[in-house]
Design a protein around this ligand. Structure first.
Ligand SMILES: N[C@@H](CCC(=O)N[C@@H](CS)C(=O)NCC(=O)O)C(=O)O
Length: 222
C-alpha cells in the first residue's frame, strides 16, 4: 500500500484537490486517494479526522497531515528531489510567483466560473472583475509559453507546479468558453485538459453522480 494518501473532494468540483493530485501523478509518486463528498452533512466530520482547517486536499504521510494545496505541492516536490519546479533558479522563482498568484488570487474567476469538469456550453455574464481575471491569465500563460515554449508544451517547458495550479482554470475555459484568451493561451488550455496523465481524474469526474447545485451555473436557457 502507498505510504502517501491524498484526501480529496469530488472529482468534478474540487479544484483545490485536483492541483496536488495532478502534480503527484506527474512526479510519479505513489499515493492512495480518500474521497470525501463536498457539500454533504457528513463532510465536516469526515474532514475533521484529517485536518482542523476543515478543507480538502490533505496529504497524509504516516503521522504527518499537510492541509493546503500549495504546501502539499512543495512537500511532493521535496519528496521527488526538487522535481516539480523548474531547474533554473530564476525560472523557478517566477514559477513560484505564478503558482502563488493562483493560490491567493483570481477570486472573481474562482467564484464566477466554478470548476465543473463534466459541463460544456455554459455561459455566465462577463463581469468586469471576471474580465480582468481572464485578461491576467491570458497575459501570464502567453508570456510563459513565449519564453519557454521551445523547451516543451508546459508553462515553463517541462511540467511544473505552475501547470498543476492552473489546471482547474483550463477546465473552466472548457466549460464556460475561452473568449478573452489569445491563441497561445487557448492552445495551452486545450493541451492541459487533454493531458493523458490526468485522464483518470477526468474519467472519475464523468462517472460521479453527485450534483452541487451552486456549481451548476450557466446552463443554456430556452
Ligand atoms: N487554500 C486551500 C483551499 C481549500 C478549499 O477551499 N477546499 C474546498 C474544496 S475545493 C473545501 O474543502 N471546501 C469545503 C468547505 O469549505 O466546507 C488549499 O489551497 O488547499
Amino acid at each position: 500500500m502507498a505510504a502517501l494518501s491524498l484526501v480529496i473532494g469530488n472529482y468534478n468540483y474540487s479544484s483545490w484537490s485536483l492541483r496536488p493530485w495532478a502534480l503527484l501523478r506527474h512526479l510519479g509518486l505513489e499515493f492512495s486517494e480518500r474521497r470525501l463528498t463536498l457539500d454533504t452533512p457528513g463532510f465536516a466530520a469526515a474532514v475533521a479526522q484529517y485536518s482542523a482547517a476543515g478543507r480538502v486536499p490533505v496529504l497524509l504521510d504516516g503521522e504527518l497531515a499537510i492541509w493546503d494545496s500549495l504546501a502539499i505541492i512543495e512537500y511532493a516536490s521535496e519528496l521527488a528531489g526538487g522535481r516539480g519546479w523548474p531547474a533554473e533558479r530564476s525560472a523557478r522563482a517566477v514559477a513560484r510567483a505564478v503558482a502563488a498568484e493562483m493560490h491567493s488570487g483570481f477570486a472573481a474567476l474562482r467564484n464566477e466560473y466554478p470548476m465543473n469538469i463534466r459541463a460544456r456550453g455554459r455561459r455566465v455574464p462577463l463581469t468586469e472583475p471576471l474580465r480582468q481575471s481572464i485578461a491576467r491569465i491570458d497575459a501570464l500563460w502567453t508570456d510563459c509559453r513565449r519564453r519557454h515554449g521551445a523547451a516543451g508544451p508546459w508553462l515553463f517547458g517541462t511540467y511544473s507546479a505552475a501547470d498543476a495550479m492552473f489546471l482547474p482554470v483550463a477546465f473552466r475555459f472548457q466549460t464556460y468558453g475561452s473568449d478573452g484568451l489569445g491563441p497561445e493561451a487557448r492552445a495551452y488550455a486545450a493541451a492541459a485538459v487533454a493531458d493523458p496523465v490526468i485522464a483518470p481524474w477526468v474519467r472519475a469526474a464523468e462517472a460521479e453522480t453527485e450534483v452541487i447545485e451552486y456549481s451548476e451555473i450557466g446552463r443554456p436557457t430556452g
